[in-house]
Design a protein around this ligand. Sequence first.
Ligand SMILES: *[C@@H]1O[C@H](CO)[C@@H](O)[C@H](O)[C@H]1NC(C)=O
Ligand SMILES: *[C@@H]1O[C@H](CO)[C@@H](O)[C@H](O)[C@H]1NC(C)=O
Ligand SMILES: *[C@@H]1O[C@H](CO)[C@@H](O)[C@H](O)[C@H]1NC(C)=O
Ligand SMILES: *[C@@H]1O[C@H](CO)[C@@H](O)[C@H](O)[C@H]1NC(C)=O
Ligand SMILES: *[C@@H]1O[C@H](CO)[C@@H](O)[C@H](O)[C@H]1NC(C)=O
Length: 190
Amino acid sequence: MTTGNKDERRKRKMKCLAYIVAGVIAQTLIIVLFVLLVMRIRNPKVRLGSVTVEALSVNSSSSSPSFSMKLNAEVTVKNTNFGHFKFDSSTAKISYRGVDVGEGTIIKARAKARSTKKLNVTVSVSSSKVSTKSLLGSDIKSGVLQLNSHAKLSGKIHLFKIFKKKKSAEMNCTMEVNTTTKAIQNLTCK
Ligand SMILES: *[C@@H]1O[C@H](CO)[C@@H](O)[C@H](O)[C@H]1NC(C)=O
Ligand SMILES: *[C@@H]1O[C@H](CO)[C@@H](O)[C@H](O)[C@H]1NC(C)=O
Ligand SMILES: *[C@@H]1O[C@H](CO)[C@@H](O)[C@H](O)[C@H]1NC(C)=O
Ligand SMILES: *[C@@H]1O[C@H](CO)[C@@H](O)[C@H](O)[C@H]1NC(C)=O
Ligand SMILES: *[C@@H]1O[C@H](CO)[C@@H](O)[C@H](O)[C@H]1NC(C)=O
């Protein structure tokens, strides 16, 4: 009778110990997983998906060459993290030979976990700030205008609704406007 009681008590103790060990292991696994996910948080990538040209007008007069157009750009925000990326609105700037020739607004949005968000941005471009004594005239005559587009998205990666980490993504793309076909060619992003 007494030995049976002792056995039972020991069994209960062992069971209790097993539960504690299992609990500690489970918690450790969860913490390790969480730390791994947090450490793996990467910067999202922003690129120009495609760009179309509207209302292109060029004037190749030698005294005052000029160009103007409207660009409809699709901006893609690729988020490879296990949490969504919520970013503030920002400005996409278009420049020509280092001079700002137009800007558009990238509205604030969120890119879901492990997905790519697509946004439309419209930019009115005008060479009014470009010196007419620059290479503008010869570029227009060549039929190709090289434009650069730049934007920086700042926001936070939200992991499991409890953890937030600041991350930003920068876009730096170059493209050529073919003034004959009124189309974009050689669009490359870094
Ligand atoms: C080009 O600009 C010149 C000088 O401003 C102007 O006289 C001419 O009419 C313009 N040409 C076109 C096609 O707009
Ligand atoms: C962006 O514009 C294209 C063409 O106008 C349209 O098909 C697409 O649905 C737009 N995308 C968004 C996210 O508004
Ligand atoms: C503009 O595009 C046309 C058609 O693709 C091409 O033949 C031409 O070479 C391009 N012009 C320049 C200057 O790249
Ligand atoms: C974008 O890339 C070009 C080279 O391709 C570089 O000269 C320029 O400084 C970059 N712009 C920004 C804002 O990082
Ligand atoms: C793209 O750029 C390269 C070098 O700058 C040029 O040789 C090629 O013709 C361009 N492609 C198009 C379609 O214009």
